[in-house]
Design a protein around this ligand. Structure first.
Ligand SMILES: Cc1ncc(C[n+]2csc(CCOP(=O)(O)OP(=O)(O)O)c2C)c(N)n1
Length: 590
């Protein structure tokens, strides 16, 4: 787009270079976009409309902006969230007025709960039109209420607000998306016409103020643990004969160097949740404890109770872990995370440290220098036979969730991303532990609110900002159906995504619960559909393969890895056989 189209040439100066100056709507929009880009925020997720045209024009005019178009605002929001997960930097969502904004809600709820930054700019009609029930209006003020870090209501563009004040408000909005806790922020911008490039009056004095305009540089805090907290943890570690280090959800972009050094130093059993991204860096031989979601694991830990648990990061997938803690309140639980959330469904934490787990690990390492810990590792369980028995059942069994997670972990290339859908998928990967394979795999998931929607879009978002060569997305069939229109985003996504949709023809997770005894109810809970996805992929020109056996799955996944294009692999499994294998796995004993 041709930049400064302002007809009144004498008003142009180097200060307005790169800004649209045809009218005040466009000038404000360009000032907002410039402040964002100058703060390093350059991923813009646009959805169509007319009320947001000034903002879209400003983005199109900004050379540093990376533009991602998408019709469906719900998918766009998930995509922006995926980008933020991978990069730690918020994406900017821009939509028109009305229900468009409401479509951001599920992703924002997820982002708020999992502390992911996002910036929403919603265009609006002026207040009097909203009050008069004009077309395509809803009350957008404070629309997201308790799922934002911050809400800013701008006035209709006016010269009463100086460029400095406008840019400072935007800089503050950015800061609030990143600190003290990351999360979504929302700015509502009502525009009166013109919404296009029709010239409108801007005074010379206002243009001059652009040159002198400033917005503050925000320095945001890193969250360190206080010395007193470190002292307490060292004291607890020294006096405890048996300790487990638990790793919960960690941000996908977090460097875990210090956490890994701490693991190496402590030499105690570790229980890494799949959402920690650290899980597959270790194998059973590295003192990994299998997931608590197995009767035998729970029983053994009841018998060999640790005295101390140090839990770094957020919530775990396993609900049995929390049941175990609740049943054993004498275990000292120390939780460490920087989200300022409560994050303890067991309500048993003895010590809560609000600190970044990576920073905390480095601080603790320094404190532990020269200190010998007296951990009694003789009671450490040897899980090898147990794991081997489980593997034998999986290898001899039918094509089902456990064989898909096992094969995926065996074959997935090093230094790639694994995006795990909710429901049975994440539990299946959380339960699988390899005896000797360890790999550096970044694991991403939507575990804040655990919705089954928006997963394809989220994976595309990760790829928008990832330098990695490929991403593997695994999700269930209802999750796939829920996000079907994101196949459009997938077909245009950079990099490569191999999507594994595990089709058990329904929401199979409910068949694994005791409620499955009620034959009538289970039909309604699982919502069987009888659909397959070849034609859907065809519509978006995405390569598609169906597999019905573990061997075919392995071959197909391997060839998808070396393929140059996106591939959808539909893994057709039998829900009844899947349920059976889960019952069989539960019978394994040490
Ligand atoms: C948006 C949303 N709706 C409903 C649910 C409740 N829910 C949890 S798991 C599940 C079934 C998921 O089915 P699918 O994606 O096919 O996975 P499966 O467990 O069958 O492998 C449902 C409906 C949810 N988490 N999110």
């Amino acid at each position: 787009m041709d930049g400064n189209k302002r007809k009144d040439e004498k008003l142009l100066s180097s200060d307005v270079e790169g800004l649209l100056t045809e009218n005040l709507n466009r000038l404000w929009s360009s000032l907002i976009v410039r402040t964002l880009v100058n703060s390093g925020i350059n991923h813009f997720y646009l959805s169509p409309g007319m009320r947001n045209a000034p903002l879209i024009a400003a983005v199109a005019n900004q050379p540093k902006a990376k533009i991602f178009m998408g019709i469906d605002e719900r998918a766009q929001a998930y995509r922006a969230m995926g980008h933020a997960k991978a990069s730690g930097t918020p994406g900017v969502l821009i939509c028109t007025s009305g229900t468009a904004l409401a479509n951001y809600t599920p992703a924002m709820a997820e982002a708020k709960k999992s502390s992911i930054p996002m910036i929403i700019l919603s265009a609006d009609r002026p207040a009097e039109l909203v009050a008069g029930d004009a077309n395509q209006t809803v009350v957008q003020e404070h629309f997201f209420n308790n799922i934002t870090n911050h809400y800013l209501s701008l006035s209709v563009p006016s010269e009463e607000v100086t460029p400095s004040r406008l840019s400072s408000c935007v800089a503050n909005l950015i800061a609030r998306s990143l600190s003290p806790r990351k999360g979504p922020v929302h700015m509502n911008l009502p525009f009166r016409g013109p919404l296009d490039d029709t010239p409108g009056k801007i005074s010379d004095s206002y243009i001059e103020k652009i040159g002198a305009s400033r917005s503050p540089t925000h320095y945001l805090p890193e969250v360190f643990a206080p010395e007193s907290a470190l002292e307490e943890v060292v004291g607890l570690l020294k006096s405890s004969a048996s300790t487990i280090l638990v790793l919960g959800m960690l941000p996908s972009n977090l460097k875990t160097t210090n956490i890994r050094t701490l693991i190496q130093h402590l030499q105690i059993p570790i229980y890494p949740d799949v959402t920690s991204s650290v899980k597959y860096c270790y194998c059973l031989n590295d003192k990994i404890v299998p997931a608590f979601d197995h009767p035998e694991v729970l029983e053994q830990y009841e018998r060999n109770r640790p005295e101390l648990i140090i839990h770094l990061g957020g919530r775990l997938v396993s609900k049995h872990y929390y049941n175990f803690l609740e049943a054993n309140p004498d275990i000292k639980l120390v939780t460490v995370n920087d989200t300022f959330n409560h994050e303890d469904p067991s309500f048993t934490s003895a010590v809560r440290i609000n600190a970044n787990p990576e920073i905390f690990s480095s601080q603790l390492m320094k404190r532990l220098e020269g200190i010998k810990l007296k951990q009694d590792l003789s009671s450490c369980l040897n899980w090898r036979t147990f794991v081997d028995k489980k593997i034998a059942i999986i290898d001899d069994g039918p094509f089902c969730y456990p064989s898909i997670s096992k094969s995926t972990i065996e074959l997935i290339p090093q230094n790639t991303t694994l995006y795990l859908g909710n429901s049975t998928v994440i539990r299946s990967f959380d339960s699988y532990i390899s005896p000797e394979i360890s790999k550096n795999i970044r694991v991403v998931s939507n575990r804040g609110a655990s919705g089954i929607e928006g997963l394809i879009a989220s994976a595309c978002g990760v790829n928008d900002s990832s330098s990695q060569k490929m991403l593997t997305l695994v999700l269930g069939d209802l999750s796939f159906l829920h996000d079907l229109n994101s196949l459009k985003l997938l077909s245009e996504s950079p990099g490569k995504i191999v999507t594994i949709v595990v089709n058990n023809q329904c929401g199979g997770i409910f068949s694994l619960l005791p409620v499955a005894r009620d034959e009538k109810l289970i039909q309604l809970l699982t919502t069987p559909h009888g659909l397959q996805f070849e034609k859907a992929c065809d519509m978006f020109s995405i390569k598609y393969k169906m597999v019905k056996s573990t061997d075919d799955f392995k071959k197909c996944y391997q060839s998808a890895i070396s393929d140059e294009q996106h591939v959808v692999i539909e893994a057709l499994i039998d829900n009844q056989l899947n349920t059976k294998i889960y019952s069989q796995l539960k019978t394994v004993r040490l």
